[in-house]
Design a protein around this ligand. Sequence first.
Ligand code: APR
Length: 253
Amino acid sequence: MAMPPPPAIANAVRDAISHDGRICVLTGAGMSAESGVPTFRGTQHDLWSRFDPMQLATAEAWRADAALVWAWYRWRMALVRDAQPHAGHRALAEPARRTSRVTLVTQNVDDLHERAGSVVDAHVHGSLFALRCFDCGSGHEGGLPPLDPAAQRIAPMACAYCGGGIRPGVVWFGEALPDDAWQVATDAARDCMLMLVVGTSGLVHPAAGLPALARRSGATVVEINPERTALSDDVDVSWRATAGDALPLLLGA
Ligand code: APR
């Protein structure tokens, strides 16, 4: 049974709202965990348990074996398509409907925030479904062929312009973040009065630096995560709770 928000957190939210202060919400893979999308550093689904996501999510992995990487992403896409936003996603969408002073920054490449009714201001790690050519970068319009859910190798579709392989629109390890999304994220971190950091391990930079940037700029930074993280020592207050429990309690009223 979830406990009510720690008073320091409830007060920080109340303060930001009553002073019409900007709120930045930064979400990570833990935000989607209760929808059934596995986190990156948690236990993997059986089919893919012997592969390390950190080694599949790279351009080198794609060059070495695009069919393996594409099969993993097709599996993730199917998982996301079948997943539903939870009460935490819906609770986050609420304040954003009432005020434009909430900026939602996510590291997640799924579309669960959007399907819960939020506008995501910055997808700093891109979007799974924004398919583009690995070679020439052209966007891929058309749909996806049916998926054999047990497949561990699927040849990527061919680019209509150059014949290159079609890759997911995510930021792989070693790749630059999209400039526009990163600008929105850093502006939001600098300008906010309150930052809610939900479901991220704080291990992957530069996104993991956003809470520190917010704090240096004068914001109160609140972490919501059932586990201690690399960020926990550097936030104002941590709430050991899941996104699905905590956000409705915090923002539902
Ligand atoms: N509610 C909130 N947090 C949760 C929940 C939950 N139900 N379940 C797990 N968590 C927390 C874990 O305790 C962990 O701290 O979510 C975090 C997930 O951490 P990671 O798997 O490292 O995900 P994230 O921080 O988003 O990773 C950053 O790394 O692999 C890349 O690009 C990928 O965007 C990703 C980036």
